[in-house]
Design a protein around this ligand. Structure first.
Ligand code: NAD
Length: 487
């Protein structure tokens, strides 16, 4: 295969809507621009779906639902497996597309292709393991039989930060379960999703089973779909604010809903931690995806006896990272997604500094093109600083200290978010105590990444509900029907 270039990657991604197995322009031919955050230049234009286009996508999903649900599990599985192979074979194209539209380095984008494709392999394997059960009622007589059936047409809305994986994490289990899908990617990063639909089409997915609508009028186009009684499930990944609005819209039809929302991950370093491991973990938990991850460590809570050493080592490692355009050789830290996103990160840092935090590295907005922000470490961050309460979504590590395990837990839990927490300790009993006490959907012990297609990903509190990946992931797309049979 010839080397992948920016041009060849862009050519691979369709720019139309994918509705009922056909690629077509939006009604009236409307389009919107997709930008490269490293330069601000327009990469291409994609179809700008209208309300009618959205309805057409739902019509197609509804029409395809019965046949897809009746398709042999093995066939659904094989399609997903083929899509996994095709995606993996096209890894460089997908990596280039993500780097172009989202900004992260090619190395990080390649990592996302591996992670994202894996959801198709995992759920290809799950498609053939959907089981009901059989029992004799305790009082005898009735036989209790349960069957698992697809919930029906699904609306999936995804964010820009992991353009591939957030899609495959929803589409994989939905298709495996026998559900049809209307997928709406983020307006900032539609190309990866369009390319994904192309791959599924090549893998033999029947018309109407997956429909993709790109739009700049998200709220206007998605609300009628969510309120349509034919839709049976909404799965959303994005900010807590938008999630709350969508839960409200779902209430009328009492939709099944999954919400993967924002985070404010604490990163606890106990006095008995292996500091080398803790710094390695911190680099991953903070810098993966330029800090633009719901799982990003947002608050470093470090025992006072090791805080100085940990902070110095982290600042040294963060300060040594190479900032640059994601496609540039050796670049490790790409630009943030938009000017507004960078402005927000800069504001959080200023607020912390004004309130008394010390900048150990970074902290200055660079001049020049692109929405770059340098890796930044802040020490002595006071409890009132916004950076400890709000999702940073950038390469900034604020550090605070604690003196006892109880205090560490209290600080960690003092957030309305509850997605993931990280803790570094070499003490087995503490590992168990801390894991039990943390009010989070996921806990990483001595590791800075928890995401794994074979594990249940999801949060509690304002980080949402529902799980993606693992054995649990497919449950979100299945109903349980109980049949009582008189023998
Ligand atoms: P966002 O909420 O602005 O957008 C997410 C998606 O919702 C996009 O497709 C967007 O177009 C759409 N959207 C926006 N307003 C809408 C509306 N009124 N009606 C319907 N759809 C609407 O979030 P974002 O900036 O794209 O992503 C960043 C957020 O996502 C962060 O808060 C991050 O923590 C969260 N996130 C969570 C997870 C998780 O699994 N918990 C994973 C990745 C990102």
């Amino acid at each position: 295969m010839p080397a992948v270039t920016q041009k060849s990657a862009l050519e691979f991604a369709p720019t139309g809507l994918y509705v009922d197995g056909r690629w077509r322009p939006a009604t009236g031919g409307a389009t919107f621009a997709v930008h490269d955050p490293a330069t601000g230049r327009t990469l291409t234009e994609v179809a700008d779906a209208s309300v009618e286009d959205g309805r057409a996508a739902l019509d197609a999903a509804v029409a395809a639902q019965a046949d897809w649900a009746a398709t042999d599990p093995r066939e659904r599985s094989e399609i997903l497996r083929r899509a996994f192979e095709l995606l993996t074979g096209r890894a460089e194209t997908f990596a280039m597309l993500m780097t172009l539209e989202m900004g992260k380095s090619l190395a990080e984008s390649r990592g996302e292709v591996t992670y994202g494709a894996e959801f198709f392999r995992w759920f290809a394997e799950e498609a053939v393991r959907i089981h009901g059960r059989y029992a004799v009622a305790p009082s005898g007589g009735t036989r209790l039989v349960t069957m698992r059936q697809p919930v029906g047409p699904v609306m999936a809305i995804t964010p820009w930060n992991f353009p591939l994986a957030m899609g495959t994490r929803k589409v994989g289990p939905a298709l495996a379960a026998g559900c049809t899908v209307v997928l709406k990617p983020a307006g900032e990063t539609p190309l990866t999703t369009l390319a994904l639909a192309r791959v599924l089409e090549e893998a033999g997915l029947p018309a109407g089973v997956l429909n993709v609508i790109t739009t700049s009028r998200t709220a206007e186009v998605s609300e009628p779909i969510i309120r349509d009684p034919r839709l049976r499930k909404l799965t959303f990944t994005g900010s807590t604010g938008v999630g709350r609005t969508l839960v409200g819209q779902s209430a009328d039809q009492l939709l099944r809903v999954s919400m993967e929302l924002g985070g404010n991950a604490p990163f606890l370093v106990f006095e008995d931690a292996d500091l080398e491991r803790a710094v390695d973990g911190a680099m991953l938990a903070k810098m993966r995806n330029i800090g633009e991850a719901c799982t990003a460590a947002n608050r470093f809570i470090v025992h006072e006896s090791v805080a100085e050493e940990f902070s110095a080592r982290l600042a040294e490692r963060m300060g040594a990272l190479t900032v640059g355009k994601g496609t540039a050789k050796g670049a490790e830290v790409g630009p943030l997604i938009t000017e507004a996103a960078r402005g927000n990160v800069a504001e959080l840092v200023e607020d912390a500094v004004t309130k008394g935090a010390t900048v150990l590295t970074g902290g200055e907005v660079p001049t020049g093109k692109g929405w770059f922000y340098p890796p930044t470490v802040l020490a002595d961050v006071p409890e009132g600083a916004r950076v400890l309460r709000e999702e940073i979504f950038g390469p900034v590590a604020p550090i605070t200290t604690f003196t006892s395990e109880e205090e560490a837990i209290r600080l960690a839990n003092s957030s309305e978010y509850g997605l993931v927490a990280y803790a570094f300790t070499e003490d087995g009993a503490r590992t168990l105590r801390v894991s039990e006490a943390l009010e989070f959907g996921m806990v990483g012990i001595n590791q800075g990444v928890v995401s794994n297609p074979a594990a249940p990903f999801g949060g509690v509190k304002h980080s949402g509900f529902g799980r993606e990946g693992g054995f649990e992931g497919i449950e979100e797309y299945l109903e349980t029907k109980y049949v009582g049979i008189a023998p």
